[in-house]
Design a protein around this ligand. Structure first.
Ligand SMILES: Cc1cc2nc3c(=O)[nH]c(=O)nc-3n(C[C@H](O)[C@H](O)[C@H](O)COP(=O)(O)OP(=O)(O)OC[C@H]3O[C@@H](n4cnc5c(N)ncnc54)[C@H](O)[C@@H]3O)c2cc1C
Length: 505
């Protein structure tokens, strides 16, 4: 058994843990960070950038969004069912966090929207050697934060999962971890900061706390090792439980993150139906992936279909796609034929970095159907044929006029005609779980009765309940933003606690 000692032990080196470690070390604390994986960054390595409000980029880009307004947006969105003090503190800090990160050598491309109706809060990290938004640019940020932590003297141990939080008389005294060689490590400390990223890679906990069967009616990202350790360890030492949600979106299993052109084409504002062959959504909002995910969740077998015909494909060939995303940046259908042929041949090849996260259930999924008639399409996809035919007829009749049911913007009403017809089957997906450990607005872990556990702090997605029931994509960059800012707060507050009169050796 190895013994260690520090002021603060940070459990995990993802976005929030790295921020916590740097913030604590900047206050001259001795810090040990244990990371389970062989690399730091966690899910943040997959992302593109955090939310900030009031950054100098926004000033330069004339973005007219104040912290007061952003606060109001989030509180209206959540109907004030979330911790208003925490939301306010997070947003207040977020602008300065951009400069704090820049001080570590991180560059940003600017502040962006995720979709047209969202606010310009998403600060996309500049990837190495590129001036274009790039998937996984977040890994550049994680690397720079790791370098900064080490420069400040943070002792960083990789492949060293923390197994247990140690307490004495209800007060935190340290952690037990396991080194790469299996050796037990006892690290004594005054404060522990939990930052293990939720349980997105734990189907059992997903079933138990969220009620979905991963691989059947949920196809969320699985970041290896993010299995709920922080939640379980915190609950074990008396932390209260909060509601846990998924950062829900939607995906077309086996297509999304594998075939970019197919994926983006079936995410345009075209007719969507459920298994009953009925419309259930104003498809104009499809690029708010959270709203779309929510609408899909409500349908039979938690699935929904985008229905296309060659008429729509031809329209996009001529005019380009209506919705272009920052992360995939697919504007035209140049690769539609080649990707479709590859997909239909059964090959699943992709150079997309996120395709590497695909599980067998996604690789083997059959989500795109092609047919010569609507009857055949319905039979292949399991949709009620009569209703589908009626719905398409009704939809086509509205094209060029008005959507008399959901009032979709008429410019997105494209008639669906053959010779070929396509159906893409969508399911709920997501970035991971949100919440689980009860905290206050100082990031202190609380018991069920609201009493702070002395020396115990938590941050990031392990504690993130500030979005209520649905992720707030209208303020994009919000989870990474919350992870970084809550981590920063946990790091600073833990040292303030050690320096305060409340602290008992
Ligand atoms: C594909 C993808 C794209 C995304 N893009 C964005 C984006 O552009 N903007 C945005 O706002 N959000 C984005 N997100 C979400 C964002 O990345 C996460 O919200 C954020 O990384 C959460 O930070 P965290 O510190 O809570 O967890 P993570 O960053 O996931 O870190 C958790 C860490 O805990 C470690 N760990 C787990 N258990 C233990 C243990 N017992 N001991 C030690 N270590 C442990 C894990 O190995 C991991 O390194 C994206 C997510 C994904 C999956």
């Amino acid at each position: 058994m190895k013994k260690m000692e520090a002021d603060v032990v940070v459990i995990a080196g993802g976005a929030s843990g790295l921020a916590a470690a740097v913030a604590a070390a900047e206050k001259d604390a001795s810090v040990i960070l244990f990371e389970k994986s062989s690399t730091t960054g966690g899910a943040a390595n997959m992302g593109m950038g955090p939310l900030a409000v009031g950054s100098h980029y926004q000033k330069d880009q004339m973005v007219d969004l104040t912290v007061d307004q952003a606060f109001r947006v989030l509180m209206d969105y959540t109907h004030w069912r979330v911790d208003a003090r925490l939301v306010r503190k997070y947003l207040d800090l977020s602008g300065s966090t951009i400069e704090w990160l820049e001080g570590m050598g991180i560059e940003f491309l600017g502040a962006f929207k995720y979709f047209a109706q969202s606010h310009q809060t998403w600060h996309i990290v500049k990837a190495f050697g590129s001036n274009k938004p790039a998937e996984r640019a977040g890994s550049v940020m994680a690397k720079a934060m790791t370098d900064r932590a080490e420069e400040l003297g943070v002792e960083l141990y990789l492949q060293t999962p923390v197994k247990k939080i140690l307490t004495e008389n209800g007060k935190v005294t340290g952690v037990m971890a396991q080194g790469p060689d299996g050796e037990e490590i006892i690290a004594e400390c005054s404060c522990v900061i939990i930052a293990t990223g939720g349980f997105g890679d734990n189907p059992k906990m997903i079933k138990e706390y969220i009620g979905y069967d991963w691989g059947k009616d949920l196809f969320s990202f699985r970041i290896p090792g993010v299995v709920g350790d922080g939640l379980n360890m915190a609950w074990e030492v008396g932390a209260g439980k909060t509601e846990v949600t998924m950062e829900m979106t939607f995906e077309t299993p086996g297509i999304t993150n594998v075939y970019k052109t197919l994926s983006e084409t079936v995410r345009q504002p075209n007719l969507m139906v459920n298994l009953e062959g009925k419309r259930f959504y104003n498809e104009e909002f499809i690029n708010n992936t959270v709203f779309t995910g929510n609408a899909i969740c409500r349908q039979t077998q938690r699935c929904g279909f985008t229905i296309l015909g060659d008429s729509v494909i031809d329209h996009y060939r001529k005019n380009g796609l209506d919705y272009v995303t920052m992360h995939h940046n697919i504007k035209n259908l140049d690769k539609w034929d080649s990707e479709l042929n590859t997909y239909l041949s059964g090959d699943r090849v992709s150079d997309d970095p996120l395709a590497g996260l695909q599980q067998e259930e996604q690789k083997n999924a059959h989500s795109l159907y092609v047919a010569d008639s609507l009857e055949d399409l319905a039979a292949q996809a399991g949709i009620d044929a009569k209703n589908l035919i009626d719905t398409v007829e009704e939809y086509n009749a509205m094209c060029g006029k008005q959507d008399t049911f959901f009032n979709k913007n008429p410019k997105y009403l494209l008639p669906i005609k053959g010779p070929k017809y396509y159906a893409a089957k969508h399911f709920p997906a997501g970035y991971g779980s949100l919440g689980g450990i009860k905290i206050n607005d100082n990031m202190q872990v609380l018991t069920d009765s609201g009493k702070a556990i002395p020396g115990l702090y938590a941050c990031g997605t392990d504690v993130c309940t500030i979005f209520g029931d649905s992720y707030c994509f209208i303020l994009p960059g919000n989870t990474m933003g919350f992870a970084l800012n809550s981590g920063r707060m946990a790091g600073m507050n833990s040292i303030d606690y050690i320096d305060s009169d409340d602290f008992v050796e």
